[in-house]
Structures are given as C-alpha cells and as structure tokens.
Design a protein around this ligand. Structure first.
Ligand SMILES: [Zn+2]
Ligand SMILES: [Zn+2]
Length: 466
C-alpha cells in the first residue's frame, strides 16, 4: 500500500534514475510489511489495552461480582445514554451538524459521549468527516475494503499513518467551546464519565460500588464500543443499497438495532446532513426520536431534513439502474441494426426450400423450431411461411399478445430490403430527438410493452385489408 500513489505525470520518470528523497528514508512503520520480527511494532498497544484488555479483565472480575437487578438496569440505561452521546452527539450533532443543540444538551452529549470511551469529539469527528469524504479509499480511516475486521477494530488496534488519512475541515469544531473543553480534558472526562460516575450512582444509591464499576462501567463500555463500531463495519457490509451502490454503505435493520438507529447507512451516506437515518415511520431509529423529542422540549432546533422529492429521485435512479441490469441479462433478439438485409426473393426461395421463415413488419423470423409449439396450432403458422404475415399476426387472424411479440423478436434473423415498417421505424428513430431516452445506461434500446417493432399500433381489422 504505497502512501504515494502513481499518477500519470510520475510515469514519465523512470524511478531507477531518481535518487530517493530524504523524507522517504524515514519510513513509517505502517508502510513496512508485517513480519514475525516486527509485528509488535504495528500494534497500537495502548488502544489494545483500552479496547480489548480492560473488557477482558472486566469479564474475569464479573465471576466474583454478583449482578444485582438495579445495577443491571442501570447498566442498560447508561448504555443507551452513552450510545446516544456517540450517535446523537458525536455523529449527528458535531460531525454532521444535522441539527443544533442548546448548551445544556451540548454539555450532556459531550459528557455521556465521553463515557463511551471512543476518543474526543474533535478527534472522532475529524476521522468521520474523512470517512464520508473518502469512503472506501485509502484515505478512509476505516475503509471496509481493507476487511470487515479492520473496519470494526483493526484500524484502532493497529497503528495508522496519520499522514495517510484524508484531510477534513474541522474549523467549526475548533471554534466550539464545548468541543475544545472536552478535547483538552479528555482523560478526566473519560475517567469520570466512563467509570467513576456509573460506579457512584450504583454505589451511593443502592450500595453496589463493585457491581457499578464492573457492569455499568467496564462491561457497559465494552458493549457500547462494539455496538457503535458496527457502524463502521456492519453498516458497510450487510444489507441493501436503495440509494447508491457505487460505494459500500448499506441499510439493514439488524445494524440499526445494534447501533441505536445508525443502520440505514446507505441513506446516511447519501444524505449525511439529514438528522434522520431512518425515514420510514416503522424503521428503528431511536437517535432520531430523541432528537425530535429534544426539539419539542426546546433543547434542540434547526433539525435538517432533505426534501422528500430529492430522496425519491435518488431511490428511483437506483431502481432504474437495477432495472437496466436485469434488462441487460434478457434476450431481446438481435438488434435491428445488426440484422442482415435480405431480398424478398431470397426470403421466398429459402422458405420454399423448407426453412420456416415468416416476414412480419418487414422483419424476417425463423420459426422452424417453433412450428410444433405454436399455441394456435401448426396449420396457422404454416400458412404464414414465406409470406408477409404482418396483418395475420396483428389481428387479421389473431391479435397476438405482448408476450408473443417478445417471443417473436428472439427469432428474428434478417430485414427485408425496403420493408415498409422497418423503413418507417428507422426514419422515426433518426428524426425522433427523444430517441436517446429510449436507451438504458448500457445503450440498449428499452422495449416497452406493446412497443415491439412487429406490433402495428392500429389493429388491422381483416386479412383482406392488408
Ligand atoms: Zn459509513
Ligand atoms: Zn456519518
């Protein structure tokens, strides 16, 4: 993974004739391959201790710590508070500015968000903005392209080259006194909100200091961390992509359940400044519900929402893309412009020689294989061989279905020179300025129901009229 990607201009210079710039001699550890002798240098041991070591100690200590129901309830409540600190605070308020909060709510979210032990608002938001700006690239600090485990934990337990992470603008956060205060006093905030506060609540209110420390402190931190890490991993790996499928973000209810509603991540990456992640009433987004309630209480205001019209446009475009992909996998027959031109006399002669050819709307179809399968019987289809059966097919004898026209198009083998319907159709294609809209994104024509070239728009009343 070179930190310096080759660009077109670089190729003009042969690297073997260029002396190494001085700065590349100081290679960052992340730019060297992991080997048996240096693997421990790649590991961020401090983060390992916080993310994996402390929870492991907590699990062991839990064996000697009876779980009281009040403490269990408190641990769950505090889990939601600290989780909301990340989702409603760090993420939707500070990283995305999707709404504004009054000072008391800002202080509450900065405090409980600190209790989730995921870094300061300033550090977290900077990484998250880079993640949105450079999603799935080398500059994405937790790119899922480097593996699910990497996006979940690896990016924190392994050292990262800070120069590699994409730049993001956090000037607004540098002017936010709550953000700056929390960043400066981060260790005190973490120690107090992560461990001391949950311990004091359980200890002073019902005398369970040890349970408060282990369950509402250490193990609750572990669960809230793992849950919110899922936004970086699971939300880029599991589910549907109703708005855009060029990048990895996905929507899934399981991710939403785990992450307090951050699971509608495909929507979120498309409309990041919307205070909602879920837009349907039945989808689980407690973070959105809380922000809405705070706005009713006067604690939050300026809730941003994309217009439904814009959201639906994105959804329809993605549907169209999926439709085009499905259409391109079907057999629509050889395109007219690729068919050979056949003289009428050759067509009649080949038919007389036993080839099952029928001409409909100037297009020659080989129905040899189909004669025995014809739902209308062999006799009728045989009566059309070697002839112009346009009128018979379009109501003269039987008014064929849309499916029949579709099936017929897969049997086309040529065009009759000067065939009238084909000439009219070709001229219409040339003259029609909107013709480009009848092609899908692969450039294939879109054949709508009832629009096949073999279909004569005004049904012919009797065979004799043709
Ligand atoms: Zn994401
Ligand atoms: Zn985001």
């Amino acid at each position: 993974m070179p930190s310096h990607q080759a660009v077109a201009g670089d190729l003009a210079v042969d690297p073997q004739f260029v002396s190494e710039p001085a700065e590349t001699k100081k290679v960052h550890i992340t730019d060297t391959p992991i080997t048996k002798s240096n693997w421990y240098k790649h590991v961020d041991w401090l983060n390992c201790f916080f993310i994996l070591g402390i929870p492991a100690l907590g699990c062991v200590a839990a064996f000697w710590t009876p779980l009281q129901w009040k403490t269990a309830l408190w641990a769950v409540i505090y889990y939601f508070w600290t989780g909301l600190g990340i989702t409603a605070g760090y993420h939707r308020l500070w990283a995305h500015k999707s709404y504004s909060a009054r000072l008391p709510l800002q202080i509450f979210l900065a405090a409980v968000g600190g209790g989730a032990v995921e870094g300061s608002i300033r550090w977290w938001s900077r990484g998250h903005r880079a993640h949105h700006r450079y999603t799935d690239t080398n500059k994405d600090p937790y790119s899922v392209r480097k593996g699910l485990l990497y996006s979940h934990l690896g990016w924190m337990v392994m050292k990262q080259n800070p120069k590699r992470i994409g730049r993001s603008d956090i000037t607004d956060l540098n002017e936010d006194p709550v953000v700056i205060w929390q960043h400066k006093h981060y260790l005190e905030v973490v120690a107090f909100m992560g461990l001391i506060f949950p311990t004091l609540v359980a200890g002073l209110l019902w005398g369970d200091f040890q349970g408060g420390f282990i369950y509402a402190g250490i193990l609750r931190i572990f669960f809230v961390q793992q849950a919110t890490f899922c936004v970086n991993s699971l939300a880029h790996w599991l589910g549907d992509q109703p708005f855009d499928d060029r990048n990895s973000p996905r929507d899934h209810v399981i991710t939403a359940l785990v992450t307090l509603g951050e699971g509608y991540h495909n929507f979120h990456h498309e409309f990041p400044s919307d205070y909602r992640n879920a837009i349907e009433w039945h989808q689980y987004d407690p973070t959105k519900w809380c922000i809405w309630v705070w706005s009713k209480l006067g604690l939050a205001y300026g809730l941003k929402q994309f217009r439904a019209n814009e959201i639906e446009k994105g959804r329809v475009q993605q549907l169209q893309k999926k439709l085009d992909q499905k259409r391109s996998q079907l057999d629509w027959g050889v395109p007219l412009e690729q068919l050979p031109v056949i003289e009428w006399d050759d067509f009649v002669e080949q038919s007389n020689n036993g080839r099952g050819l029928v001409c409909i709307a100037g297009i020659v179809h080989d129905v040899t294989e189909f004669i025995n399968e014809h739902p209308g019987g062999r006799a009728l289809i045989k009566s059309g061989l070697g002839k112009d059966a346009t009128a018979m097919f379009n109501g003269g004898v039987y008014f064929h279905s849309n499916a029949a026209h579709n099936l017929l198009s897969t049997m086309r083998v040529g065009l009759i020179r000067g065939g009238c319907e084909v000439e009219i159709w070709k001229r219409a294609q040339k003259e029609n300025k909107d013709a480009q809209y009848s092609k899908d994104e692969f450039g294939n024509p879109i054949i709508r129901a009832g629009n096949q070239v073999t279909k004569i728009q005004q049904p012919i009343v009797s065979a004799s009229a043709a």
